[in-house]
Design a protein around this ligand. Structure first.
Ligand code: 2P0
Length: 338
């Protein structure tokens, strides 16, 4: 029995065939302040290090799931389009669903609608798998705890383990070989003045998936051995900054963590570079603003787009410096997706 199935059997009750006619769920996207990059188990997406993120409020994925009585195949829709069976996204979803099918006969129509760009470094896979597992939980009435849903979401995509909650979420690496201790934990602290600006420079599909990029970095980057130590320090600084509401400490550590991650990727062979010329121009703009005394910082994930961090008091000045910026206030969202 493979390890994914063992995990599922430990979490999901054996009698799970009471189905509703349909179920819907929403999960927010999340942006890591301290990044996950590297696995201790690639089948269970168990991370080499812990990581910490902030959820993006109402930006994420909606999932509707309807069991099909007579269809031989699942039907997977993304943003109102039926995807062909050989599409890479369909394959990822079918692979994930295969862990949960006991009779092998149940098929589903699944519709995903995202209000963020897909596969452009905005954690689309995180919110997709977190929304899907919540929809499956509701459909089958498993009544699982959020930490259990986080473990199951992780089997689809590592960062999905952090997309089950609002606010700050820490994903602990854990030590258990099946990863029963590797799930998200929401932090209690709230920070209403905190703003995130999404600076979308390109919506094009990324040249290399984060999964592949992660694998290549670990296998070829000689700098990788220093990464766990960097993460441990950054994580502790970020948690400390959140508890003290020290924005300079939060922003500078977050930015340093992202720059180190991208240096690490550039050290892979062949080098992995997600930045575009516009990405660097935006970074210089941020640094220039900081020299002028405006506290603004950035982070970058597996794509060219940047996310800016600043406080509400500086919103007007940041918006005038970056007119295309979409501003999210994760702790002020009225939208209730629970
Ligand atoms: C993160 N990223 O912490 C890091 C930083 C991108 C850059 O997690 O293979 O889609 O599915 O576990 O979660 C993106 O990688 O990778 C990611 P898999 P995932 O947000």
């Amino acid at each position: 029995m493979n390890n994914q199935i063992q995990v599922i059997k430990k979490i999901i009750p054996s009698t799970f065939n009471i189905e509703k006619k349909e179920a819907c769920a929403f999960a927010p996207s999340n942006i890591a302040l301290c990044k996950y990059w590297g696995k201790r188990d690639e089948y269970l997406n168990l991370p080499a290090t812990s990581s910490l993120s902030i959820s993006l409020g109402s930006k994420g994925a909606f999932c509707k799931i309807v069991p099909l009585k007579e269809a031989r195949e699942d039907l997977i829709h993304l943003n109102e389009k039926l995807l062909p069976m050989n599409h890479i996204f369909t394959q990822q979803i079918l692979n994930y669903l295969s862990f949960f099918r006991r009779s092998g006969k149940n098929t589903y129509q699944i519709q995903f609608n995202l209000n963020i760009p897909v596969a452009a470094g905005l954690a689309s896979s995180a919110c997709i798998f977190a929304a899907l597992i919540q929809a499956l939980n509701a459909l089958h009435q498993w009544k699982l705890k959020p930490s259990e849903l986080s473990i199951l979401a992780r089997l689809g995509s590592g960062s999905a383990s952090r997309s089950l909650w609002k606010g700050f979420v820490k994903w602990q690496a854990g030590e258990d070989f099946l990863g029963m201790d590797s799930h998200g934990i929401p932090l209690e602290e709230k920070w209403p003045e905190l703003c995130i600006g999404l600076y979308i420079l390109s919506q094009a599909k990324k040249p290399i998936s984060s999964r592949e990029a992660m694998k290549k970095t670990i296998n070829t980057a000689v700098f990788y051995k220093s990464w766990p130590e960097k993460v441990a320090k950054d994580l502790s600084n970020i948690e400390d900054a959140i508890s003290k509401k020290d924005f300079e400490q939060l922003g500078s550590t977050t930015e340093s963590n992202a720059l180190s991650l991208h240096a690490l990727m550039a050290n892979a062979v062949p080098a992995i570079v997600y930045s575009l010329p516009e990405t660097l121009a935006c970074m210089h703009h941020v640094w220039h603003l900081r020299q002028e005394g405006i506290p603004v910082f950035f982070t970058q994930d597996a794509g060219p787009n940047l996310k800016l961090f600043f406080l509400e008091k500086d919103e007007a000045i940041i918006k005038s410096a970056f007119p295309k910026l979409e501003v999210i206030k994760p702790f002020q969202e009225k939208f209730d997706y629970a």
